[in-house]
Design a protein around this ligand. Structure first.
Ligand code: IMP
Ligand code: MG
Length: 172
């Protein structure tokens, strides 16, 4: 299937540096945990965590929402829970892409129950067109059109995650 370039490696890296500076400036003292939502956000976590010039810690939560193709299964399943307790720490959920917002809404309420000091979210990409949940995203990298995208962590049936840029997957 053909790939059409949407965002270059340079554009992504430049934007992540800006986001990191903003996040570092916004947070008060206290432990800040970046919670990476696997698998798609792993590259974004790696670059964003190094762009935040303050002490940060990382942990991972595995979920699955989509089937093996382009359609969502509509339900969120936890495949790996966090290793740490969120009690009394600042939590920043790190996502690759927000589409309907259902996944993020679910994760926010799940983590809220664990009594963090604060909870915010960041996503590299946002498709604003069919938001179903009214969940608010605090830091957005890029707003993109309603097209299926791959690369920089995002997959189509587990393929294309390791591309350095982000591409629109055409065809089908
Ligand atoms: P939401 O619950 O509809 O916001 O689902 C967002 C999740 O679906 C993202 O974290 C991605 O894993 C996946 N997703 C949505 N759109 C795309 C896409 O264009 N490419 C790859 N994955 C996508
Ligand atoms: Mg995801």
């Amino acid at each position: 299937m053909p790939l059409r370039p949407l965002l270059t490696e340079e554009q992504i890296q430049k934007r992540i540096l800006e986001m990191g500076a903003q996040i570092a400036a916004d947070y008060p003292d206290g432990t800040l945990y970046l919670i990476c939502i696997l698998k798609g956000a792993c590259y974004f976590l790696a670059d964003l965590s190094r762009a935040i010039t303050r002490d940060v810690r990382i942990d991972f939560m595995g979920i699955s929402t989509y089937g093996s193709g382009k359609t969502t299964s509509g339900e969120v399943k936890i495949t790996k829970d966090l290793d740490i307790s969120l009690q009394d720490v600042h939590v920043l959920i790190v996502e690759d892409l927000i589409d309907s917002g259902v996944t993020l809404g679910y994760l926010m309420s799940l983590m809220q129950q664990r009594q963090p000091k604060s909870i915010r979210s960041t996503t590299l990409l946002e498709k604003p067109e069919h938001r179903l949940s009214n969940v608010k995203v605090d830091y957005v990298g890029f707003r993109i059109p309603d097209e299926f995208v791959v690369g920089y962590g995002l997959d189509y049936a587990e393929k294309y995650r390791n591309l350095r840029g982000i591409y629109i997957l055409e065809g089908e």
